[in-house]
Design a protein around this ligand. Sequence first.
Ligand code: BGC
Length: 399
Amino acid sequence: MSNPILSPRLMARIAVSLLFAAAAGQGLAAQAEAEAKRILQPDPATIATMTHEVKSYGKTKDGQEVKVHTLTNLKGMRVRLIDYGATLIGVETPDKSGKAANITLGFPALDGYLQRHPYFGSTVGRYGNRIAGGKFTLDGKTYTLAKNNGPNHLHGGLKGFDAVLWKAEPVSTQEMVGVKFRYTSADGEEGYPGKLDVTVTYTLNNANELRIDYTAATDKLTVVNLTNHSYWNLAGAGSGDILKHELTLSADKYLPIDDTSIPTGAPADVKGTPFDFTSPHAIGERIGELKKDPHKTKGYDHCYVLRGQQGNLELAARVKDPSTGRVMEVFTTEPGVQLYCGNFLGGGAGEGGFKQHEGFCLETQHYPDSPNKPEFPSTVLRPGQVLKSTTMHRFSVEK
Ligand code: BGC
């Protein structure tokens, strides 16, 4: 289906002309017909609009159809989304010489997404990142979740929001093209309390901004932390590692973690450590230090505490790939961003063949394990409240 975004307005104008003509007699009817013809054959300048195309992308294992939505703007950007997992499966942007490439890691076809995979482009929920011991207590009642990451719960459990079919509807206006995905998570799904109605809306405009708006509402006290898990490689997916990408983060503090990746408590200063991205640094410049004592990790997989986040859309990160000139800026209303550098990618088929550090993630979110850390910004959602969260990616080039 092609969705020419001016059509509702044009159709309204045609209808108004015809009604006017009907009231005023024959002569005006002819005029209205001429007007309708003119509108139906617009001049080339008005034909060139942003587009939203929908096609079949195959079927889930239980036979439900999955659609792929392609959003195209007039500035060389193309974004592809699927209903399964409300997943961002492709983002094409031009480089400094105008050459387009796909800059998100993913699979060539639906079967890759239907298996357990590293959350390529997924919408992650009900709780993005870890909950210690797969347990939390709300109003004196303890809830037990799946331990699907060592001793901890990760990314919503065994069948999180990344592995369910969402309902899609187009939301285009003259300024943008987009898709709104809806999902209702049943009370008790994956162990979480409350029926949760969630929407995730992706929109693309002609300023090369890809915006993701989330809403959620519950009928019982619950916890929610929604994010998108895209892996980026601004030189093009599959072109090698991202270690030369230059990263700046709006964060003076990060959350130190224990050996199961749970934050140990108070935020620590980044100053004087390999975690300091307050000025641009290549991701690979100090990553080796993280692999040794005392960190002993496989690289960056830490939540940064964003500066001055008061729920406004503010700059969280800027990344530049010097080889192609591509720049991505990430703005968010969230208080944190998880920097993850594809540490666990091993090149296997279930990982799309992508190897360690061939992509990086900037998962805008509340902090990991907030349900067990009352001192962290709260992830509790109450009946009657509507959670609202926005993250915006702006793409550009710098020569
Ligand atoms: C986590 C990593 C995990 C990755 C893929 C990130 O958000 O912090 O530890 O390996 O997601 O699941």
